[in-house]
Design a protein around this ligand. Structure first.
Ligand code: SF4
Ligand code: SF4
Ligand code: SF4
Length: 271
């Protein structure tokens, strides 16, 4: 869809928390009307309609994903269709009814539970500032396959987490530096580095607003089923403790994090 320069400038000024949705709405309406280009007048009209009807647009949760599935080369695909399963879980949870009971009918977008799924540690969907953030992760595993000493793995690692011991040669991974992006595995031509634990990191309780806070990460990498179970546990806490639409981060305690770490086992992994 084409945008006039004035329309493009105007959409950048729409508040960030509704910008994506206003843009999507504009493109949908323009396609439906057979309009070839979006102009400034259409941006203003749609923004006005959108903001005045906000309560009707609130659905209780907001799931944001990154552009990984559109062909991003950094994407870690665990092949478990987690995005769709998250949407189903959140829809079934009927958070809208809960919010209406706790907050009242005049709901705003900032009342919604925000969940973000990023398909690699670059975290383009900003999981660190969401109630629930999920980051796809792939840890490298050193196999018995002969290493050529080419150092492609070293070149590919942005974290300086790989080095090659020339006595062998053999790759060495520093787990304290590795953020599980899987790039060294992609780069290795011999299979000496292969995929180890592949799943998701989970971060809870991030938020912006008056008292911004980055989400706190649970220890380890989890498979999709465990991620969904963790989210269910978070929603149970939210249902029990929310009084007026607080952010999840304001409701979780350090004891909850300890409890989650006990209840939910991460994937086994040794480099
Ligand atoms: S988070 Fe990673 S996979 Fe997703 S769009 Fe960003 S770089 Fe690509
Ligand atoms: S998976 Fe770890 S070691 Fe490999 S490139 Fe990414 S950060 Fe570096
Ligand atoms: S582990 Fe793979 S990429 Fe790294 S030096 Fe050996 S062969 Fe090359």
């Amino acid at each position: 869809m084409q945008w006039s320069p004035e329309a493009e400038e105007a959409i950048q000024k729409v508040p960030f928390f509704v910008r994506k949705r206003v843009r999507a709405r504009l493109e949908k309406e323009a396609r439906k009307a057979g309009v070839p280009q979006i102009t400034l007048a259409e941006v203003k009209a749609t923004q006005q309609r959108y903001l005045s009807g906000m309560a009707a647009e609130v659905k209780g949760y907001r799931l944001e994903t990154c552009f990984g599935p559109s062909g991003c080369p950094n994407r870690i695909d665990a092949g478990d269709h987690l995005a769709g399963r998250l949407e189903t879980l959140l829809e079934k949870a009927d958070l809208l009814s809960l919010l209406r009971r706790r907050v009242g009918p005049d709901l705003k977008f900032h009342h919604e539970i925000r969940v973000a799924l990023a398909d690699c540690p670059n975290a383009c969907s900003q999981p660190q500032i969401k109630d629930i953030g999920i980051i796809a992760a792939c840890l490298p595993q050193i196999t018995a396959a002969e290493c050529s000493g080419c150092e492609a793995c070293v070149q590919s690692c942005q974290e300086d987490a790989v080095r090659v011991d020339t006595d062998g040669p053999r790759p060495l991974i520093d787990p304290a530096r590795c953020c599980a992006c899987g790039q060294c595995v992609q780069a290795c031509p011999t299979g000496t580095l292969a995929e180890g634990a592949k799943g998701y990191r989970v971060q809870l309780g991030g938020k912006l607003g008056r008292h911004p806070r980055l989400a706190r990460e649970l220890p380890g990498i989890y498979d999709a089923e465990t991620v969904l179970a963790i989210i269910q546990a978070c929603l149970e806490i939210y249902r029990r403790r929310s009084r007026h639409g607080e952010r999840l981060g304001a409701l979780l305690t350090p004891t909850d994090f300890e409890d989650f770490a006990r209840r939910f086992a991460p994937l086994d992994h040794t480099v």
